[in-house]
Write a new protein. Sequence first.
Length: 148
Amino acid sequence: MPVSQQERLAILQDISHDWLELMRAIRGLPDPAFTRPGIVDSWSIKDVLAHVSAWERELIEHVAAEEHGDEYVMPDVDQFNAEQAELDADRTLDDVRDDLEETHTELMSILEETPVLSRELVANDTYKHYADHAAQINAWRQQQGRRA
């Protein structure tokens, strides 16, 4: 059953709200701060942002599979995270930032139109995910003596 326009708007608002919280968490940080490890284990903010983009890309693939009636197979989370971290390790901060913005914009455009939208489909790769990582970045900022 297609999602109602009211529920679509509520989902998109939740995504946008927590996306903005993630963007606030990184606002004002100097570039060198983005590459310091310690946000999540050895991951830096750059690593976390690349990770967020990777899961948004995975969600885009999931939505496409659902739209075409294809079976979507969820990757093993730990393996996916490790593989993506390795792929993203040598990327520049600017590349990660650009990819983050482009991927998020693409995802939001898709979610505005897709007939398969549901909270169950998007929550873990969007608003819940953003909130978790924003909290980690804010905690790190407090530890570093930077206002979150």
